[in-house]
Design a binder for this molecule. Structure first.
Ligand code: NPW
Ligand code: K
Length: 499
């Protein structure tokens, strides 16, 4: 887990790290530049001309050091500076003084934009030191660079993005942001996706113990954290060991939702899946998914009653495609009141709960709620447009009702009633398509059925779902559909070296 700190905390952390280790900030800058270059060299060829735009703070210092290191490795580099060296930080100037003279180094204001050509733009203008919206030449630079049809990469933060809050005005639009040590909070806001691009976190050697003194309950999940939370099954495991899961949902025209959840749960590893759907769905379910068992409610078109003997199941997920009819709401109430096991509450179940205070009171610590932004807004009855406020609201909700909350979106946020908030690293823009939420419900329910704690099921579920989305997107690009994501779930295990 990487602890997420504010820009102010990062500066203080850096100072105490340097002091305790007895190293110079210039050395840390060199480490950061090396980390960037190592990533760059793995991903880009020497045939691509690089233009590095540098401010005069330490972000600019990183840029100048990157220019020297890449040039030494045979990469064609030009440097463009946005300020006067006399205003530069000490480390910026130290790097400028050792920039080889064969590297073109021009002021930004001297660029002839008619003739400007490069393949890759590296933004080292401003990083976590940004303290006001862009204006003047920085604004001009960002606008010019964003309009270039080239690869754009930001060092630490895209210029113009404040580290801890929503952007105000313009910012550099990166395809990749290579950030140091730990992600900055705002790089994880879905609203900033077009500025951050793909986020790459590079270790610069400040180990975890230095983070201990800084208060934060927000973390960025890493692959190793997920590996630790998985259960290991053995050859002799029986299908019953993988859990008996009941998935409740579906209504006329929306049966596909519960089918997607069921298939996803099977692909995640569930042994026995039952579904509970309106009567019309029985032949459809049975003919399309042979591995699931199907039970039906009293009514033919809508879900109007609860299943019998809920204790037969290790876990229940409810909501996909269910509709919000009053009879359905009563069936939901019945299930929430009588079932004591772990549950996933999604989609229309959330929409029903949003309107019923009495149902909100039935939320327990055994439950994982999985709203997307619109559903969450209905649940809290408030505007959650601003990410800083939304993250706070998620915490408040989870603590008030004692449940685990998965707020879906880019870098889905998992909040536990203990007050910990985890940002998920996996995912893809191609997950923004109908039915992927139903897939997540099936994945999370499957882990609950396999005996995972609510916290581990939420973390592993969101991680694998996001990774499956990435893998599906690599093959299918904008043509990715929810079923492709399901088919990629088994590959996520292979990816992590899990059986
Ligand atoms: N911390 C770490 O672990 C490590 C940090 N490292 C690197 O250092 C970076 C942070 O460096 P930093 O603190 O010097 O800040 P930086 O982003 O260069 O900007 C400061 C300058 O910008 C100016 N300025 C601000 N807003 C502005 C605006 N809107 N428009 C115009 N100007 C504006 C501000 O001017 P002022 O307000 O002071 O007049 C000041 O001159 C960090 O992102 C990372 O890349 C790595 O080297 C090693 C490990
Ligand atoms: K930058």
């Amino acid at each position: 887990m990487l602890k997420i700190l504010s820009a102010r905390q990062i500066k203080s952390l850096e100072e105490s790290y340097l002091e305790e280790k007895g190293i110079l900030s210039l050395e840390l800058m060199e480490t950061a530049a090396e980390a960037f270059c190592q990533w760059y060299m793995q991903n880009f060829s020497r045939r691509q001309d690089i233009a590095i735009f540098c401010g005069t703070g330490n972000n600019g210092g990183d840029g100048i050091a990157i220019a020297r290191l890449l040039s030494r490795q045979g990469y064609p580099v030009c440097v463009y500076t946005l300020g006067d060296a006399k205003d530069g930080t000490a480390d910026y100037n130290s790097n400028l003084n050792i920039l080889p003279t064969n590297i073109v180094n021009k002021p930004f204001s001297n660029i002839d934009w008619e003739r400007f050509r490069c393949h890759v733009i590296i933004d080292a203008m401003l990083g976590i030191g940004l303290n006001k919206p862009l204006e003047g030449k920085y604004l001009d630079a960002v606008k010019k660079l964003n309009s270039q049809k080239t690869m754009r990469i930001a060092v630490d933060m895209p210029t113009g993005l404040p580290s801890d809050k929503l952007v105000d005005g313009e910012a550099f639009q990166a395809h990749y942001t290579v950030t140091f040590q730990t992600p900055k909070l705002s790089a994880l806001f879905p609203e900033h996706a077009a500025y951050v691009g793909d986020l790459v976190v590079k270790d610069i050697g400040i180990d975890g113990k230095y983070f201990n003194g800084y208060e934060s309950s927000r973390y960025f999940v890493e692959e190793k954290d997920i590996l630790e939370r998985h259960k290991i099954f053995h050859k002799a495991s029986h299908k019953g060991d993988f859990g008996k899961v009941l998935l409740v949902g579906g209504s006329k025209g929306k049966l596909g939702a519960i089918m997607l959840s069921a298939k996803a749960a099977l692909r995640t590893g569930s042994g026995l899946i039952s579904t509970f759907v309106p009567g019309f769905g029985l032949p459809i379910m049975q003919s399309s998914i042979h591995e699931v068992m199907v039970e039906t409610c009293t009514g033919n078109d809508i879900l109007d009653s609860a299943p019998e003997n809920l204790d037969r199941f290790d876990t229940i997920a409810i909501g996909p495609g269910m509709g919000t009819d009053e009879k359905t709401a009563e069936a939901l109430k019945n299930i929430l009141e009588s079932y004591k096991g772990k549950m996933v509450i999604d989609a229309d179940a959330l929409n029903i709960i949003a309107k019923r205070k009495d149902l909100k009171e039935l939320i327990t610590s055994q439950m994982i709620l999985t709203p997307h932004l619109k559903e969450f807004e209905r649940m809290v009855g408030d505007d959650v447009k601003y990410p800083e406020g939304r993250i706070e609201k998620a915490l408040e909700f989870s603590q008030t009702y004692g449940c685990v909350l998965i707020l879906k979106g880019l870098h889905s946020l998992i909040t536990t009633p203990a007050g910990i908030q985890y940002f998920n690293p996996t995912g893809s823009q191609f997950l923004a398509t109908g039915g992927t939420g139903d897939v997540l419900t099936g994945v999370v329910a499957s882990y609950l059925g396999q005996g995972y704690s609510v916290e581990n099921a939420a973390l592993c579920g969101v991680y694998h779902h996001g990774l499956a989305g990435q893998l599906a997107g690599e093959d299918q690009r904008r043509g990715t559909i929810a079923s492709d994501v399901i088919e990629k779930i088994p590959e996520t295990y292979k990816n992590l070296g899990l059986s």
